[in-house]
Structures are given as structure tokens and as C-alpha cells.
Design a protein. Structure first.
Length: 63
């Protein structure tokens, strides 16, 4: 099973978050569990190949 990191916070009674790899694509949920489910849906969509020009975050080694 692969793991993905996500960033989240509680704001005005809602949980807001995004996948660390895809910071431009945010979601929300009334509970943390609902947010996680929504982020899984977003991940499936973004990695399906059906959406063009998906912005990602990469890592660059320097020095």
C-alpha cells in the first residue's frame, strides 16, 4: 500500500486540505475522515491521465 502526505487544517468548522504532491487541488470535509475520502477521489482523478496539465510538486537535489 502506497502512502501520500497531505496538508490539512480546521477552518470555520470544516476540514480543508490538499495532497502534498498536488497543492493546487484542494478539498474539504465536515470531518477529517470525509476530507481523506475526498482527497482519495482527487488523487484518483489527478493520476488517471484524463486531466491534462496537472501541476505537481517535485524534488530537486542541488549542490
Amino acid at each position: 500500500m502506497e502512502k501520500k502526505k497531505f496538508v490539512y487544517c480546521e477552518e470555520d468548522g470544516m476540514w480543508i486540505g490538499w495532497l502534498e504532491e498536488f497543492p493546487d487541488y484542494r478539498s474539504q470535509g465536515e470531518t477529517l475522515e470525509e476530507l481523506k475520502e475526498n482527497l482519495l477521489d482527487i488523487y484518483d482523478e489527478l493520476t488517471s491521465g484524463r486531466i491534462s496539465n496537472v501541476h505537481r510538486v517535485g524534488e530537486l537535489v542541488v549542490g
